[in-house]
Design a protein around this ligand. Sequence first.
Ligand code: FRU
Length: 432
Amino acid sequence: MVNRPVSDDSVSGAAAPLSRWTRDAASRIRRTERSVAPIVYPPEDVPNRDVHVWDTWLLRDRHGGVAEVDGWQVAFSLTASADLLPGTRHDVATVRYFYSRDGRNWRAGGRVFAEDRAFGQRQWAGSALYDDGDVYLYYTAAGEAEADELRYSQRIAGATGPTLRTDDGGVAFDGQWDHRVLLRPDGDYYETEQQSRAMTYTFRDPWFYEDPETGETCLLFEGNVPVPEGSDACGGDEDHQVYNGCVGVAVSPSGDPMDWELRPPILDGVCVNQELERPHVLHRDGSYYLFVSSHDHTFAPGIDGYDGLYGFVADSLGGPYRPLNDSGLVVTNPANAPFQTYSYMVVPHGEEVLVQNFFNFYDFAGESVDLIGELPEPEQRRRFGGTLGPTVRLGIDGDRTRVLGTLDAWHLPTADEPLPELGPDEPGTTRA
Ligand code: FRU
């Protein structure tokens, strides 16, 4: 493959300073009619009775458009046996896939990787690229397969090889996956597990994206910025310094989806938030919208944030980014059901955008979602959704967003399906 020209607006050529989600912006986070999604209840009829389903991503093309292969959409999800307590699912997560022709009825395709073939003790979130008939699956290899005890190390891995076979009955992967470790934290731009002074460490959630303006091939991911002891970051406040989440990026100079070089982060939340999860981008009207999920309990002391979708906008992929809605908050849960959904993915759909998410814990208003683990086991099970939540419809206008309404759980409309008219009671009737 040839090296592609790199323009000044590219991530590699950018002179843009690192964008920061500041404490000032984050201090403006409030629940408002524009950002609160309606209360939801778990659906009766789900295509995944046997497994918990959480982080989910659709098969997409190089520019983030949803791929339809012979009329099929394909979704990939982190899954674990539904017999497990919800809190332990992260320790055994594995990727399964689902497929649908109409974006409503999803059939389970089973595990993507045969047992013990993927890297890591378990696999965490990622993304999937469909390119000219080839499939690339990016994932987080969490822990080391050889280790006896559960570990939290994270590497970014990719797998390719099989062809996607479709027929009237469904979708299957034909052939062997070739797995490769693509990226490890370097300790300079991205904190290593050894350097971490925080409760959690992150180097995960790869998301493929080719910049439609510059043609640069990128892989975004969640990381942390090294903030050594004695640093003067956050005015020297050590309690704030451990909140050092960032959106990392790697580029592929040749465009090869399996060959990456680290670049500096495009956004950080130093002094603000420890986890900027599952970063992804939407290009719209010449602007780049960068979205992340984050938790109530990963905000630094003194900042009152929520489990929700947060977003930023810039004129180029490398930034500089401004927080959407002045604070960064885009979608959150109602105050009386603050953990009902999580792990948001924005999906383009014509003029609107859709926000796919999963049912997390409902009927629970504790201060931190971690406290759910202290409830009796039947209560933990009763309150956990473990399936996709209602898709949220979102309007975007410049730096402002607004929740317009919802579609059913598991409804991820195909590109040619018109969205229903917004009803008179839906918040979207007063437009953004
Ligand atoms: C978000 C997340 C991801 C990670 C996964 C692990 O829900 O924390 O960052 O890949 O869950 O289960």
